[in-house]
Design a binder for this molecule. Sequence first.
Ligand code: ADP
Length: 159
Amino acid sequence: MAKAIYPGTFDPVTYGHIDIIKRAREIFDSIVVTVAINTGKTPLFTTQERVEMLKDCLKEFQNVSVDSFDGLVVDHAKNVGAVSIIRGLRAVSDFEYEFQMALMNRKLAGEISTVFLMPHEKYTYLNSSIVRSLAGFNSDISDFVPPNVRNALERKFKK
Ligand code: ADP
């Protein structure tokens, strides 16, 4: 049973992330989507909120679970019994950072491989930060995030 973890900030989850998760499901028996708690970023949503949003978006997928972690991705991968780390590649601009992370993670845990997946072209320009900005300006984000995430963003910006 090949298990993979898909770590990220997911602040918030977008259709781009979900596209990657769907592709990963075709390859692995099970996927753990893992919200990184301490990434040096200051997230808009709390860890709990990000986990709940992901759970809601992914409830239809039997072989996908959601958790959070604070620490090294490779340690969490080992803890959950994952053999791979999934990451999404949108453009060449993602490559340098992802390449460095993948090689460092390999150095830390040679038995865990990073697997890169590319989303549908329509999501290649999409990231959580753009979605947060658009939502802050009351723009229509329905092409980018599921309805529960759109509602959560609306509530956040109304406060
Ligand atoms: P991180 O802070 O770890 O980059 P993100 O939530 O921004 O967390 O992204 C998690 C992973 O999902 C990363 O590998 C990122 O490249 C990928 N990703 C984010 N948005 C998209 C998208 N629109 N299409 C494909 N992959 C994406």
